[in-house]
Write a protein that binds this ligand. Structure first.
Ligand code: HEM
Length: 309
């Protein structure tokens, strides 16, 4: 079974502190703590990076710690309702009458392939860091060489540590039109026999096709479903004349035809946001529900379940 680096650290830590745990118990507790830490990083680190405004910084921390804040919660535990004490540590899960799951809409707005770069900037991790705190650049490796069968070979030559440290020093791409990585337009999939298949994949085309074949609501209908104001002309979506021109070429003046994925990329962003306001609404709902609907963040969020340090 593959295990993450964090999982292994967690296991070693438990081994030191709870010598009476058998192998199965060690595994189970380490898995639980790893999942909870990932959820916490997702809530108060990753989401805050995507939505870089003071309001969202405060809001995501309030989701986890409550308005009373981390220090208060660390000292006194969960006090009050959701607002004061945060979602984590509520007495019981709240499902709003619908069992929690990641919704189809969430998957749709999470198609964020423009985040991927064209090249991996490989760093010399044995050299001291420069003025910008990054190790010096060794070379640029095209992303196309890092996926599929070729990718397995290239990545084993590079090695895990160098790959991950290099990725940590690289910015991701912007979620905007005309930023789809070109190498994803000719992706080589492998068959069940592990060999390259003859028919290559044009990912951006496939993504739009997938939404259409699965009858995912188009952009405007999607917004209506979220009780957000739909657009009535291209100028409501963006004030970039080049984008308006391109949209008109594809869809004419029929804004109802706009595909969700295209709309998400074309939408004018709120200052500080990397994602569209439409995607943000889904994020907000999902991020909140995944915490409040989970017994491991509510009724089971205690020392008995997670162990005491
Ligand atoms: C090397 C990097 C990546 C490759 C090669 C890759 C490739 C793919 C492929 C081949 C699919 C299936 C397309 C289909 O048949 O519909 C897919 C789906 C998807 N990808 Fe990626 N992807 C990568 C990175 C990412 C990243 C960074 C994100 C988001 C941050 C992402 C989000 C998704 C989502 C949400 C789906 C749809 C899953 C579903 O329909 O259940 N991918 N990707």
């Amino acid at each position: 079974m593959k295990k993450s680096l964090f999982f292994t650290c967690c296991r070693v830590m438990f081994q030191k502190e709870h010598l009476n745990f058998d192998d199965e118990e060690l595994y189970r507790y380490a898995r639980l703590v790893t999942s909870a830490v990932i959820a916490k990083v997702h809530t108060i680190d990753w989401t805050i990076e995507l939505l870089k405004t003071d309001t969202l910084h405060a809001a995501m921390r309030a989701n986890w710690y409550g308005l009373l804040g981390k220090e208060f919660k660390d000292s006194f535990g969960h006090v009050g309702g959701v607002a004061l004490g945060g979602l984590v540590g509520l007495k019981k899960p709240q499902n709003h009458s619908v069992p929690y799951s990641l919704t189809e809409e969430f998957v749709r707005v999470y198609r964020m392939h423009p985040l991927l770069p064209d090249n991996l900037l490989l760093r010399d991790i044995s050299a001291p860091t420069g003025a910008n705190k990054s190790p010096p650049l060794l070379k640029e490796v095209p992303m196309g060489d890092l996926v599929g069968l070729k990718g397995e070979k290239t990545l084993s030559e590079i090695g895990f540590t160098k790959q991950f440290v290099s990725m940590g020093h690289q910015s991701c791409g912007a979620l905007t039109l005309w930023n789809y990585p070109m190498w994803l337009r000719d992706l080589i999939p492998q068959g069940v026999d592990g060999k390259d298949r003859p028919d290559h994949v044009d990912m951006p085309a496939l993504e739009v096709y997938r939404d259409r074949e699965n009858k995912v609501a188009r952009y405007n209908e999607f917004r209506r479903g979220l009780l957000m104001i739909p657009i009535s002309k291209w100028g409501d979506l963006t004030d970039d004349p080049e984008v308006v021109h391109a949209l008109r070429e594809v869809y004419g003046d029929d804004v109802e035809e706009l595909d969700l994925l295209v709309g998400l990329m074309a939408e004018k962003k709120i200052k500080g946001f990397s994602i569209s306001e439409t995607a943000f609404t889904i994020f907000l709902l999902m991020a909140t529900r995944r915490l409040e609907g989970d017994r491991f963040f509510t009724s089971y969020y205690n020392e008995e379940t997670y162990t005491k340090r």
